[in-house]
Ligand binder design. Structure first.
Ligand code: BES
Ligand code: MN
Ligand code: ZN
Length: 499
């Protein structure tokens, strides 16, 4: 797909379909106004006759409109003009993309961008319009023998800009959106693959495959023998019941010499049965998504490597299955983590923290500027925040603020949650240094506190994505979140370093 910034007016631009908008109360968008003027009040007449609907989420397609060079006009509702902001802009773009799914059109012109008057918001808007398009074009059909493919696959998309647009900035927005969309695609595909295909070894192979496509990127994979040598007994206790070998995947992107790196650590449980503390069977298939932290880390790495940002980034992915068997870890077992701390495993279903603690300890050797783990860690997170926001818990105020702001800007939103010694106290064990569960109450926070015990020497944040990584129900599928949030955070870090 090519994105072409266009300064042509809405009547001049030629395309198979031109996307414009109308607001409530017969208020026209910039492009609608020009077309209306050149076509004898066509748009206003249609509005009066009820042939166009201005509510957000609505659309109509008009053909044979005279005095324009577009073959079709897709008119989307923009809602109330006073309330129109970046969120509404994104919604309108999603509506437009959905409306076009059944059409085989090659040249599209999107003139909704002219509604973004503020220049900062404009560049953000360009990103959202591209990302919305990619997200709506996504289907996971790889494993169907016969599949109805989406017909719409545009080749050229013109995006309207005005004379004040900075061409360097707009090209940068386009590049970023393209990279973020392809990172989300990687994350979504990995998430949607079932556990009999997407095993820890498969994840490792995919990481190696991605490595080959980019400059300045290298990957190492640590196997169980080496994990034993490293004394990662907490990680090993989770994989103990599985025949599939666990892998620790480490990717290094070097774009800034010897500067301290950013490190992402992603939970890669390719299937979580709960282990001996087995889960109930309802919706257990969705535990194939328990590697979405890993998928996010790998997807984000692909974004940064594609953009070749002047920054150092590493990802560490502990990948394994959590299954019951005669060799599985038992409730009450005590293991010694790589850090030396002993852990009483009171519930084998609280396995994410057991693999992450060793991965976090391992990552300490990189002396990170910031370290962020991403994990589908607790059901309690879904109870607290639902499916709308990712939870942020951190030992560094500045880092959690930066992540929260990156979430707002990318519309991949998050919310800061507290931590503290009163919660930490819930993790006391009578027999080991700490227990792996802290009771039902505040379950998301005690899980973060568990990880916090292994990150005391680093500026660390934990993202619980249990509610945001995938959607259930009729549209079941991976969301690719929080690749946009993390990409935005890293892009901003690299900008800050170079100012
Ligand atoms: N992967 C799950 C968390 C999860 C559950 C995410 C449902 C999304 C939807 C995690 O490993 C888990 O099982 N957590 C337990 C922890 C408990 C045993 C302390 C949970 O949340 O029930
Ligand atoms: Mn679990
Ligand atoms: Zn899990």
């Amino acid at each position: 797909m090519n994105y072409i910034p266009s300064k042509k007016s809405a009547v001049e631009i030629s395309s198979d379909c031109l996307i414009i908008g109308v607001y409530n109360k017969n208020i026209l968008s910039v492009a609608a106004e020009i077309i209306n003027k050149n076509s004898n009040n066509l748009i206003l007449n249609y509005l009066d006759d009820g042939d166009l609907i201005s509510n957000i989420g609505e659309h109509r397609i008009l053909t044979s409109v005279k005095n324009i060079n577009a073959k079709r006009l897709l008119v989307v509702g923009l809602g109330d003009k006073e309330e129109f902001g970046i969120k509404e802009f994104k919604k309108a773009n999603e509506t437009a993309a959905k409306a076009l799914l059944g059409y085989n059109l090659k040249n599209i012109a999107n003139y909704l961008t002219l509604e973004l008057k503020d220049s900062n918001i404009f560049y953000q808007g360009v990103r959202h319009s591209i990302e919305s398009l990619h997200n709506n074009l996504y289907e996971f059909n790889e494993l169907k023998s016969t599949s109805k493919k989406i017909i719409f696959s545009p080749e050229n998309i013109s995006l309207a800009i005005d004379e004040n647009t900075d061409s360097k900035k707009i090209n940068q927005s386009i590049e970023e959106a393209d990279a973020i969309s392809s990172g989300m695609l990687i994350a979504k595909n990995l998430g949607n693959l079932p556990a009999n295909i997407c095993t820890p070894s498969y994840l490792a192979k995919e990481a190696q495959k991605i490595t080959k496509s980019f400059e300045n990127l290298t990957t190492e994979v640590i196997n169980e023998t080496e994990m034993k040598k490293l004394e990662m007994h907490s990680l090993l206790s989770v994989t103990a019941g599985s025949k599939e070998p666990a892998k620790l995947i480490i990717m290094h992107y070097n774009g800034a010499g010897s500067k301290p790196p950013l490190v992402l650590v992603g939970k890669g449980v390719t299937f979580d049965t709960g282990g001996i503390s087995i889960k109930p069977s309802a919706a257990m298939d969705e535990m194939k998504y328990d590697m979405c932290g890993a998928a996010t880390a790998i997807g984000t790495m692909a974004v940064i490597a594609k953009l070749q940002l002047p920054i150092n980034l590493k990802i560490v992915v502990p990948a394994c299955e959590n299954r019951p068997s005669s060799t599985a870890t038992l409730p009450g077992d005590i293991v010694k983590s790589m850090s030396g701390k002993t852990i009483e495993i009171l519930n084998t279903d609280a396995e994410g923290r057991l693999i992450l603690c060793d991965a976090l300890t391992y990552a300490e050797r990189f002396k990170p500027e910031y370290i962020i783990d991403i994990a589908t860690l607790t059901g309690a997170c879904v109870i607290a925040l639902g499916h709308h926001r990712t939870a942020i818990m951190s030992n560094d105020e500045k880092l959690s603020d930066l992540l929260s702001m990156a979430g707002e800007k990318s519309l991949d939103r998050a919310w800061k949650m507290p931590m503290g010694s009163e919660y930490e106290a819930q993790l006391k064990s009578n027999f080991a240094d700490l227990a792996n569960i802290g009771g039902r109450d505040g379950g998301m926070i005690t899980a973060a506190c568990f990880l916090g015990k292994f990150t005391k020497n680093m500026k660390w944040a934990h993202l619980d994505i249990a509610g945001t990584a995938w959607v259930s129900g009729a549209k079941k599928g991976s969301t690719g979140r929080p690749v946009p949030l993390l990409s935005e955070f890293i892009i901003q870090q690299s900008n800050a370093d170079h100012q």
